[in-house]
Design a protein around this ligand. Structure first.
Ligand SMILES: CC(C)(COP(=O)(O)OP(=O)(O)OC[C@H]1O[C@@H](n2cnc3c(N)ncnc32)[C@H](O)[C@@H]1OP(=O)(O)O)[C@@H](O)C(=O)NCCC(=O)NCCS
Length: 287
């Protein structure tokens, strides 16, 4: 086979472009804005097979700074996994995964990923196992609204700079489990949470949230200190609110009556042992 293995090739702009094209083809995800705005992350390490300048199979290993039980540590997230249709079932993806994990062996405490439904049989064949995830939530009644919530617009460079400033200087959202990755956070600010970024200047924090009828989803809170939930809620409250879902562990928010349930649907997989059971994976740590 006339194929070439490449890794750590982000400085090679042709190869990087081929990677972007591949991810767009396989996952429908266009990294152009994340790159153009300057948030491309070197810690997101590609292991790819190339043929005639094109990527035919690729796996990315993302070494992430984490906090677990108050300890600073590292975890690996596998993402950007794909093999071109013509090259499937020839062991390419498995080989890239083995190579990638070998390269980062001994540098982390655990490996996780979120699988697309149709890729589950593949991950099982490759020795990954499902990990239960949890979600924390609480029942709530709206409270009198405080003014001062400011919607930020990621299309505006000043707002984007402000978001990145918060991302870099944030304290961990949870001592139980959090992940610190400003550039990955910016991916979410530009893509998955683009219309959900708000600042509360009086509390010197950002809140990523949305509302579906009676249910509020809070995806992340960024600040140099983390205000209590009681301080934050009046700024985002609505009289129709009945429930808040948190997409991270809430141990620092001082909430009374927080409940935990099993979260279904993320298809979280790990390789070997993982240092947490039934964790809440922070939404903004997904690559
Ligand atoms: C999932 C995917 C990456 C697998 O790539 P691949 O290069 O064909 O995988 P490999 O050839 O390395 O397969 C490794 C093992 O998994 C098995 N396997 C691969 N795809 C499978 C499938 N769809 N169902 C069942 N088993 C599968 C292979 O038979 C092989 O098993 P074996 O070694 O015991 O024979 C590829 O099908 C793909 O790109 N799918 C679309 C994108 C996607 O879903 N990516 C993952 C997102 S989380």
């Amino acid at each position: 086979m006339d194929i070439e293995l490449k890794t750590e090739y982000w400085e090679d702009l042709d190869a990087r472009k081929a990677f972007k094209t591949f991810i767009l083809d396989i996952h429908g995800l266009d990294f152009t804005e994340w790159e153009a705005r300057g948030y491309w992350d070197k810690a997101y390490t590609p292991f790819s097979y190339f043929r005639d300048g094109q990527v035919i199979a690729s796996v990315c290993i993302y070494l992430l700074d984490a906090t677990i039980g108050g300890r600073t540590t590292k975890l690996v997230q596998i993402s950007g996994v794909g093999t071109h249709l013509d090259w499937r079932r020839q062991g390419l993806s498995r080989k890239l995964t083995v190579l990638g994990l070998e390269r980062f062996r001994d540098q982390h405490e655990g490996v996780f990923l979120f699988a697309d439904e149709e890729a589950i049989p593949y991950y099982l064949r490759c020795g990954f196992s499902a990990l239960d995830e949890s979600q924390e939530f609480c029942q709530i009644n709206g409270v009198p609204i405080k003014s001062g919530l400011v919607r930020l617009n990621p299309s505006d460079q000043q707002d984007l700079d402000k978001i990145y400033g918060y991302a870099e200087s944030r304290v961990r959202i949870s001592d139980k489990f959090s992940i610190f990755s400003p550039k990955l956070l910016m991916f979410h600010a530009l893509y998955t949470l683009r219309n959900k970024v708000y600042e509360i200047p009086e509390l010197d924090c950002l809140v990523f949230f949305d509302r579906n009828d009676e249910v509020v989803n809070i995806y992340d809170i960024l600040g140099r200190t983390i205000p209590t939930f009681e301080e934050i809620y009046p700024y985002i409250s609505s009289e129709t609110d009945k429930q808040i879902n948190f997409h991270f562990h809430t141990d620092k928010l001082g909430i009374r009556g927080v409940q935990t349930r099993v979260l279904l649907g993320n298809n979280t997989f790990v390789k070997g042992s993982f240092p947490l059971s039934a964790p809440v994976f922070p939404f903004t740590s997904r690559a």
